[in-house]
Design a protein around this ligand. Structure first.
Ligand SMILES: Nc1ncnc2c1ncn2[C@@H]1O[C@H](COP(=O)(O)OP(=O)(O)O)[C@@H](O)[C@H]1O
Ligand SMILES: [Mg+2]
Length: 177
């Protein structure tokens, strides 16, 4: 997942991937040390077990996403970015409407917005899905049709599903003779 705080990532995951993917998020261990390293380890372990994984964090920058792409490549599995392309103002409103620990400090939201770069296949994603509200406020991104959800001018469609797995040369992988 890629998206600002309160952009709707966890809601989208619950609606689309909860039945098929193990949800990993640093938010699950708010007080743990070395949360990033722990998350990467958990993702690698789950992929090694053959599970499908969704990482539900903001992952706004190319640098923050790179380790996850590398882990997927090492595991010889395709990796998809789902980008919640929601305006900062909307995220602020949704964040303001939250209570307790779920409401993040505004400075964190603005910091993530400053780092946010839309994910692309050029950085190693097999596929990029863009989810955005259509028709103005209050319209669920989940209600968007395939044209709204897909592509947004990226090269995602040009890369066949599983192309990373097919070219994976990890010893012992299915791609080995
Ligand atoms: N499509 C949507 N339209 C309107 N509100 C939404 C939508 N998706 C999520 N929300 C609301 O926005 C807030 C943040 O959603 P959440 O999924 O927790 O975001 P994130 O995981 O990105 O922080 C929640 O209060 C949620 O109910
Ligand atoms: Mg969330």
């Amino acid at each position: 997942m890629v998206g600002l705080q309160a952009s709707g990532k966890s809601t989208w995951v619950a609606g689309h991937l909860a039945g098929t993917h193990v949800v990993v998020s640093k938010d699950h261990w708010p007080r743990a040390r070395h949360r990033e390293a722990r998350q990467q380890r958990v993702v690698a372990e789950l992929l090694a077990e053959g599970r499908s994984v969704v990482v539900d964090n903001t992952s706004p920058s190319v640098a923050e996403r790179a380790p996850l792409i590398a882990i997927a490549a090492a595991a010889c599995v395709p990796v998809r970015a789902v980008f919640l392309d929601v305006p900062l103002g909307t995220c602020r409103e949704r964040n303001d409407a939250r209570t307790g620990a779920a409401r993040v400090p505004l400075v964190g939201l603005h910091a993530a917005a400053g780092r946010l770069v839309a994910p692309t296949t050029a950085e190693g994603f097999t596929e990029v899905t863009v989810v955005r509200a259509v028709g103005g406020e209050g319209v669920l991104p989940q209600a968007a049709g395939p044209e709204e959800e897909r592509g947004r001018g990226t090269a995602a469609a040009a890369i066949p599903e599983g192309s990373i797995a097919q070219t994976c040369l990890r010893p012992g992988s299915a791609a080995q003779p």
